[in-house]
Design a protein around this ligand. Sequence first.
Ligand SMILES: Cc1cc2nc3c(=O)[nH]c(=O)nc-3n(C[C@H](O)[C@H](O)[C@H](O)COP(=O)(O)O)c2cc1C
Length: 186
Amino acid sequence: MNEKSNPKILGIVGSPRRGGNTETIVDEVLAGEKEAGADTDKIILNELDIAPCQGCNSCAGKGKCQFDDDMDIINEKISESSVLVFGTPVYFWGPTGQFKVFTDRLLAASRQGIIKNKKIILVIPLGGSEPIARHTIGMLTDTINYLNAEVFAKVISPNTMEVEDLIQKKEVLAKARQYGKDVVKA
Ligand SMILES: Cc1cc2nc3c(=O)[nH]c(=O)nc-3n(C[C@H](O)[C@H](O)[C@H](O)COP(=O)(O)O)c2cc1C
């Protein structure tokens, strides 16, 4: 008998703050996905060894990066997953350095065809008002489109400097959980 396996979903957290706003919202999306029957996993970029892209273009041939580092682990997890949750806070109008290094290194992954057609949920908390997130949202949306993947939903949490601020925002957490459920059923 051919049993259907649960969809696999990978959360990728670009904040260095463990238990911070990004991780808390990503966890909420993952909880919704789990509730809807998915198997979830989570990666904290700050705890991994990921070298910045050197622009050597060696991935243009075989699609393999010149570096053998923890990006190999991420790529393997990405290839097994149908949905990704990309979380980064806004740091000076953009994603964190950790998240930018990760997205640059996705060039090799895209050339290996492993990120194509993935559904991606964006999670972006920030201390200031929503328009401040526009560059981060734009950069990540354009990057995801370039990688031939799809932005399924966005959870933007403005005016969220500290975790205490997020706890007040029940609607943000509820939306995160709902998108998690929706993406599994989509
Ligand atoms: C270095 C640094 C730069 C930041 N830059 C901005 C910014 O440009 N705009 C903004 O609204 N918030 C900014 N913030 C606030 C964070 O986006 C906010 O605290 C966010 O919720 C942190 O998420 P985390 O708890 O997951 O780390 C910055 C925080 C740090 C540490």
